[in-house]
Design a protein around this ligand. Structure first.
Ligand code: UTP
Length: 293
């Protein structure tokens, strides 16, 4: 069995749900405390043992490339002023992983963005990670998914139980349990109406794919919203190869939703020794001032 060595991070979307900030700043570069969202995703890949990362970018996404590149001028200034700790943090960013970039020339959909990765990942299994899903779980979910792939050789989707109202924002999966927390996938429907959803299991933004996904993507016609949907390609793939699902338990923020994005900022700040006390104080003041107790 070939080990999984590469991760693909699609980041070429237009980020319309976060306008106006995303007019000029890539959604993936919005900060969670003091790191851009995409850095958490790269760190998660590295934690799961993957250090070759391909970011799919597009027009206006140059800041992502700059972030994972060296900034020699900045390093010199920090060095001269003796700011060693922050210098180390800045240098750690570009040393984190081997980060590569390919452009998706037109935002034709997530499936299309993944197809753009084919020359880079070649005939190997690979991981797809979406920056909207920020996992704060020490890469537990991704590691479980890689374990299921190693055991079965099949593609593996990350799943989450949601309410009927929420399912229409996701792809919904049908299948049967293989064991606790692991499903064999039989079908998937993109953004179903609540009354038509085949299950309450939503596909979230972590995937392990065999190269078979590229053939499936080639055969995928534009779907919901006129976009080439990854979900539709998965539907084709699971007719041909075994596809599994791993049900996720905890540690996810939906950074594509404004309120969850703010929650992530607060909770990630609370997890930091240098910020916890001040944030707790701020929250107490806020709760009192708004009469929320
Ligand atoms: P989303 O639909 O959540 O992201 O796509 P978006 O299009 O940027 O955001 P909204 O809906 O307009 O607010 C899921 C992921 O797929 C990438 C996005 O960057 C995001 O990481 N994507 C989407 C692409 O890379 N290319 C596309 O053509 C579409």
């Amino acid at each position: 069995m070939q080990p999984v060595r590469k991760a693909v991070l699609p980041a070429a979307g237009l980020g319309t749900r976060f306008l106006p900030v995303t007019k000029s700043i890539p959604k993936e570069m919005l900060p969670l405390v003091d790191k851009p969202a995409i850095q958490y995703v790269v760190e998660e890949a590295v934690q799961a043992g993957i250090s070759d990362v391909l970011v799919i970018t597009g027009r206006g996404k140059g800041a992502i490339e700059d972030h994972f590149d060296r900034n020699v001028e900045l390093e010199q200034v920090l060095e001269r002023s003796g700011k060693t700790a922050i210098l180390e943090e800045v240098q750690a960013t570009d040393r984190l992983a081997h980060v590569h970039f390919i452009r998706q020339h037109e935002a034709l959909g997530l499936g299309h963005a993944v197809a753009v990765a084919e020359p880079h990942v070649g005939g190997e299994p690979f991981v797809v990670m979406l920056g909207d899903d920020i996992m704060v779980d020490d890469a537990t979910l991704l590691t479980r998914m890689l374990d299921v792939h190693a055991e079965t050789g099949g593609s593996v989707l990350a799943l989450m139980e949601v309410t009927p109202e929420e399912i229409s924002a996701y792809g919904a999966l049908t299948g049967e349990p293989v064991r606790e927390g692991v499903m064999r996938a039989r079908g998937v429907v993109e953004k179903p109406k609540p009354e038509e959803a085949p299950s309450n299991l939503a596909v979230i933004g972590r995937y392990v794919f065999t190269p078979g996904i590229f053939d499936a993507l080639r055969e995928t016609e534009p779907g919901v919203g006129g976009e080439i949907q990854l979900t539709d390609a998965i539907g084709i793939l699971l007719e041909r190869e075994p596809v599994f699902g791993v049900v996720f338990s905890e540690g996810r923020y939906d950074a594509g939703k404004k309120v969850d994005f703010l929650r992530a900022n607060i909770e990630l700040g609370l997890a930091r020794d240098d910020l916890r006390d001040e944030i707790e104080q701020m929250l107490r003041t806020l709760v009192r001032a708004r009469g929320l107790t």
